[in-house]
Design a protein around this ligand. Structure first.
Ligand code: WTA
Length: 631
């Protein structure tokens, strides 16, 4: 057994108690009590949370559940931006900082709740003036700037449904999302900054919207000097667009179940799916987790390093923290540019108290060495978070020791685009077990089960499921009811998350990885089928199969097996050409790090590629049942 593996097993038995002082001051001091409150009366439990927020009209009923369809806070009327902005501006937080923003060059912006409120209101009015109405879809393809957050909120203000596309996706990926949603408008920027370079975005949008009649307007935030040209009548400058708009926009009165946004995520088959979240339940769920999982208090300086292009940014940069009135750090650019001290210097500079990031980043910093964080004063930190992929015990211990100085609890938060909010972790006061996410948060009944839904014995592998509806759950998949229903009917009566997991004697859940053909690269979900289709669309490729392989930093990396067309021969050049092709088709995230040319792929008799066999062979493991293999 390798030393690394041994170390991992040793750490798996470790139990770490959160510091007493932390527990004494925590918003939730006793997990078991809080969980019991939920179990005793789930509806009362959620009604109490919802009561802390503003509603035009209260709900008639907390939950209406017709498996697999849920309605939360039935007939309640609200607007999430009133809770995220108006409520604070009117209650003494007008001059409270909402965002400390900065880019890689040290350009800074301090945005208060008051100024964010004005920006959002003006933009909302401009959207209205441009003919955007409640229910219309708006695609947002922007860098990590305050205007991106404002664009999302402006949509929510008027009831338009935003679909944010991460600014690392390429033309076809963006085009698919614009087309699938029949978006009326795209809000973008000229560029994003990464490693000291401006990466153009607008060209990508120009190509992606070409010939799409549904797009009536493209709003462009222009940051470069001299300013990039705007082409045609559809395009307008962001600040020009809002210049004459009124500073107050009456919020649209939204039903609890009116859609708030859609967000695409990869599955095991076909193109990415548009997950739909609605207003009331999502608002209550994300707000509750800000207060409990992240223990947010009035004076905290909170920093989530995600991008609003992912669900983590939606729930834990935009909606959760703003509804809870947090002050946040927002940093555009790479974590290690100009050097590996960047993030730690920002923690020192702004006095960050709560820090939320991904295991990939932690492992990258681990490799760079402790001397980087040691140069900075990290004593302001009091709570650390992790999300997106399993965190291995070594990385957990490093994060705990080097960043948190053994003072800060770590919340390893398991959740998904579909769940909307954190589902499993160790909330305030619960002892932590490095490598195990923890227990279901109050409001969630999670379990590890077999195919029939029976709980498996402790420490045995099984499928991770949720047995009950929860407020921030997705309500459907855009134009794909069957797909939505499949989450709830694969394992009878349960929500099947698509992950495999184990649970120990104390009920601590450890996520082992995906059960389906989704690869998790640096915390980003990539469908094997998407990469395979991209490869097959290359003129030299006949067939392709893609698997995920363990990677010490990224968690998983992509390996592709490719059969070339007659007359083509393998070469270094061809490998590069294939990688470039995937980058153009899908984006940098999906580029395989390894490509192997083969003559044959293992298939079932019905012609389906058996990726599991490829993977087992690659990793030197037992391929399991081969009875369906063709030959
Ligand atoms: C994985 C991100 C282990 C998991 C919020 C899940 C995790 C998928 C964790 C969702 C964690 C997320 N430990 N695995 N703490 N958090 N995952 O939709 O496989 O981008 O199904 O949501 O990431 O990814 P998504």
């Amino acid at each position: 057994m390798s030393e690394e593996k041994l170390d991992s097993l040793l750490h798996l038995g470790t139990i770490i108690k959160p510091p007493e002082e932390f527990v004494r001051n925590a918003n939730v001091k006793n997990y078991e009590e809080e969980y019991k409150k939920f179990l005793d009366n789930p509806e009362e439990f959620w009604a109490k949370v919802a009561d802390e927020l503003f509603w035009y009209e209260k709900w008639d009923k907390v939950l209406e559940w017709n498996l697999p369809y849920a309605k939360w806070f039935v007939n309640g009327k609200t607007n999430i931006t009133v809770n995220a902005l108006d409520r604070h501006v009117k209650n003494g937080r007008k001059n409270k900082v909402a965002f400390f923003w900065e880019d890689e060059f040290g350009n800074e912006k301090v945005v208060t709740y008051g100024s964010l409120y004005t920006l959002v209101n003006k933009l909302a009015n401009a959207l209205k003036n441009a003919g955007i109405k409640k229910g219309d879809r708006v695609v947002i393809y922007m860098p990590l700037v305050v205007e991106q957050v404002a664009a999302m909120l402006a949509c929510a203000r008027i009831g338009a449904v935003h679909s944010v596309v991460y600014a690392g996706f390429s033309v076809p990926a963006l085009r698919h999302r614009i087309e699938d949603a029949q978006a009326k408008m795209v809000i973008t920027a000229d560029m994003t900054i990464r490693r000291g370079r401006a990466i153009p975005l607008k060209q990508i949008v120009d190509e992606a919207v070409r010939g799409l009649d549904n797009v009536e307007k493209v709003v462009v935030l222009r940051r470069l000097k001299p300013k990039v040209d705007l082409i045609g009548e559809k395009e307008i400058d962001f600040y020009e667009f809002i210049k004459d708009a009124d500073t107050y926009c009456e919020p649209e009165v939204m039903d609890s179940e009116d859609p708030l946004f859609m967000l695409y995520t990869s599955g095991s088959t076909g193109k990415p799916k548009g997950v739909i979240h609605t207003t009331g339940g999502y608002m209550v769920g994300t707000y509750y987790s800000m207060k409990t999982v992240f223990d947010l208090k009035e004076d905290d300086i909170y920093w989530c390093t995600a991008d609003p292009g992912w669900i983590t940014g939606h729930s834990y940069i935009v909606y959760g923290p703003l509804v809870a009135g947090a002050t946040q750090v927002l940093a555009e650019g790479a974590p290690n540019y100009p050097d590996f001290g960047r993030w730690w210097s920002l923690i020192e500079k702004y006095g960050v108290t709560i820090f939320y990031t991904a295991p990939t980043a932690i492992r990258m910093f681990m490799r760079a060495g402790e001397h980087w964080p040691e140069k900075y004063d990290l004593s302001s930190l009091r709570l650390l978070g992790s999300v997106g992929e399993p965190i291995n015990p070594e990385a957990w211990m490093w994060y705990f020791r080097v960043i948190g100085k053994e003072r800060c609890p770590i919340v390893d938060t398991w959740w998904q685009t579909e769940t909307g909010a954190v589902m499993i972790t160790t909330i305030d006061g619960l002892p932590m077990k490095p490598g195990r996410a923890g227990k279901p948060v109050p409001g969630v009944v999670a379990d590890v089960v077999d195919k029939e839904g029976n709980p498996v014995e402790p420490n045995k592998g099984g499928f991770l499921v949720v047995r009950n509806p929860w407020p921030s759950m997705m309500r459907t998949i855009h134009k794909n009811k069957e797909k939505y229903e499949s989450y709830w009917n694969t394992i009878p009566g349960c929500y099947f998350a698509g992950d495999v997991a184990t649970k120990d004697e104390d009920g601590y859940i450890m996520i082992l990885g995906r059960a389906d053909d989704v690869i998790n690269v640096s915390g980003h979900r990539i469908g094997t089928m998407e990469v395979e289709s991209a490869l097959v669309s290359h003129p030299s490729v006949a067939e392709a199969a893609v698997i995920g392989k363990p990677d010490p930093v990224k968690g998983e990396r992509i390996k592709a097996f490719v059969i070339l067309k007659e007359g083509e021969s393998p070469s270094e050049e061809l490998v590069n050409s294939l990688k470039k092709h995937v980058r153009t088709e899908l984006g940098a995230l999906a580029v395989p790090s390894e490509i192997e040319f083969v003559d044959k792929l293992p298939k079932t008799r019905s012609g389906k590629i058996m990726r599991r066999v490829l993977k087992a062979k690659e990793l030197g493991m037992d391929p399991g049942d081969l009875s369906t293999l063709e030959d």
